[in-house]
Design a binder for this molecule. Structure first.
Ligand SMILES: Cc1cc2nc3c(=O)[nH]c(=O)nc-3n(C[C@H](O)[C@H](O)[C@H](O)COP(=O)(O)OP(=O)(O)OC[C@H]3O[C@@H](n4cnc5c(N)ncnc54)[C@H](O)[C@@H]3O)c2cc1C
Length: 473
């Protein structure tokens, strides 16, 4: 059986469902094909469940220190089953919301695995999606425009294959029913750092092993150093510039032993579990790309600025095209693809205009180029870095760790990057994103009135400090 739609979206994660909704708003008939649950990684295995756990961990950490705030408690303990139940309830509620959005926007949802087929009796062009439904029936969906949004999955490390008990990836870690006593986290990128912060706050003994010379190698070096300092202060063991010797791994009942090599020195590490957080790979192997002229580069689908693949009626968005692999980037790309496929001119966003957030404690939020990247581009930069220590709201909250750093072009005055580490910084990085979008100068952002007392005042002051005009610092 075959059915025809104006737009067909393969994959119902945030990139896919955002594309579907936009295409429908633009008057297209739309179908979405999802093999698992609408909402994808972000809702079921990523942003939402991890942030729900992080919130419980943060509360526990604050409650343990409640005496600082004049609050006495007899005892505080974690019931991880309840923590996990709360996380799942949030996921379920939002899942209902996504399903409702499909209905509201009259999007036809097909449940099953989709594969792209080449030219056939259904269409002279490649791009028809063959859907294998749960009851075994095969449907052929013929699109005018196809948007591939099949997302990504955890990358595995040869020699450290996950078993869901002793060696876990981030999907499996989210399903843990109880907390381990100790964990080795392999990979000090965003996901590894968030898990390290979360587990440490829950009282788990944590060691991070990172191959690069610093945690979060994509962030400004000063942010990485500050994060490392703060995590170490909380008792997290950090081994950077360290490679796991995958042939050294010994799984015993209830523990794992492995050796890491660091500057020619070998160190044996033992923990109850190992979490492998070494990046994510695109879900593109088994979706029929061989039947198309779509190009793949370094494991990701290649697209132009309109999200078109080498076949102009086939688009790709989200984690399957690589780049920043963030939910808001996927959504933005999905909307752009839907708009272009509907004959509109979408707003084009450069990678450096996408905010990046890490929900560790303290949080990290940044946009644009790091100081190192700006200098590597041959620019002369001026910077300002102000600490939360001197800010009223930070003192009130008892959250004085971290700083705001602004990197600006010395000649043009343009804001090149904003790098923040501190409590709740993810909540107002969008101010810096707006400044970049509007091509505001640091002075203009500094002139914007920031209410007092708020944490965002420090961003305003740092913008002024770039030209030595800060009032309070
Ligand atoms: C632990 C963790 C925490 C994260 N935290 C954040 C965060 O705080 N903020 C942030 O911005 N990002 C975060 N991310 C990243 C974010 O989740 C992803 O960037 C985002 O989900 C990508 O969306 P997507 O639509 O491209 O892909 P996905 O969400 O992966 O969705 C792809 C969908 O396609 C379906 N699919 C795949 N192949 C087929 C097929 N052949 N047929 C039918 N369906 C198919 C899949 O089942 C899936 O539902 C996190 C990720 C992880 C793992």
């Amino acid at each position: 059986m075959s059915q025809t739609f104006d737009t067909i979206v393969l994959g119902g994660g945030i990139g896919g469902y955002s594309a579907a909704i936009r295409a429908s708003q633009l008057g297209r008939t739309v179908a979405i094909v999802e093999q698992d649950k609408l909402g994808g990684t972000c809702l079921h295995r990523g942003c939402i469940p991890s942030k729900a756990l992080l919130r419980s961990a943060e509360l526990f950490a604050v409650m343990k220190e409640s005496e600082r705030f004049g609050i006495e408690t007899d005892s505080v303990r974690v019931d991880y089953k309840k923590v996990s139940t709360r996380k799942q309830a949030i996921v379920e509620q939002l899942y209902q919301g996504v399903q409702y959005l499909m209905k509201k926007n009259k999007i036809t949802v097909f449940h099953g695995k989709g594969r792209i087929i080449g030219p056939s009796i259904f269409s002279p062009r490649s791009g028809t999606v063959s859907v294998e439904q749960e009851d075994g029936e095969i449907l052929s969906l013929v699109p005018d425009k196809l948007i591939i949004a099949t997302g990504s999955r955890p990358r595995s490390l040869p020699g450290l294959e996950t078993d869901g008990i002793t060696v876990l990836n981030s999907d499996e870690a989210l399903r843990m029913e109880q907390l381990p006593e100790s964990a080795i986290i392999i990979g000090g990128g965003v996901i590894g750092v968030e898990w390290a912060s979360l587990l440490n706050d829950f009282g788990v003994q944590v060691t991070i092993v990172e191959f690069a010379q610093r945690l979060l190698p994509a962030e400004d070096e000063e942010v990485s150093r500050e994060l490392e300092r703060l995590l170490k202060k909380r008792g997290v063991t950090i081994r950077t510039g360290a490679a796991v010797q995958t042939d050294s791994v010994v799984r015993e009942s209830g523990s794992i032993r492995l050796t890491v090599k660091r500057r020619e020195e070998l160190e044996e590490l033992t923990a109850q579990v190992a979490l492998v957080c070494v990046g994510r790979q695109a879900n593109i192997e088994d979706i029929g790309l061989h039947a198309t002229d779509v190009k793949v580069e370094a494991g990701f689908i290649k697209v132009n600025t309109n999200m078109q693949t080498a076949e102009s009626h086939i688009y790709a968005v989200g984690d399957c095209i690589g780049g920043l692999q963030l939910a808001h980037a996927a959504a933005h790309e999905g909307i752009a693809a839907a708009e272009h496929g509907s004959g509109q001119t979408p707003h084009h966003t450069e990678a450096h205009q996408v905010p990046r957030c890490v929900y560790s404690r303290p949080e990290i939020a940044s946009i644009g180029f790091t100081e190192g990247q700006a200098k590597d581009q041959g620019r002369k930069v001026k910077t300002a870095k102000l600490s939360f220590q001197g800010l009223g709201k930070a003192q009130v909250l008892g959250e004085t760790d971290g700083f705001v750093k602004v990197v600006a072009d010395e000649e043009s005055g343009d804001i090149l990057g904003v790098h923040m580490i501190g409590a709740h910084v993810t909540d107002y990085i969008s101010e810096a994103a707006l400044a970049q979008l509007l091509q505001a100068t640091p002075w203009e952002v500094g002139q914007t009135i920031h209410p007092h007392p708020t944490l965002s005042e420090l961003l305003g002051e740092a913008m002024l400090a770039v030209d030595g005009k800060s009032i309070n610092f």
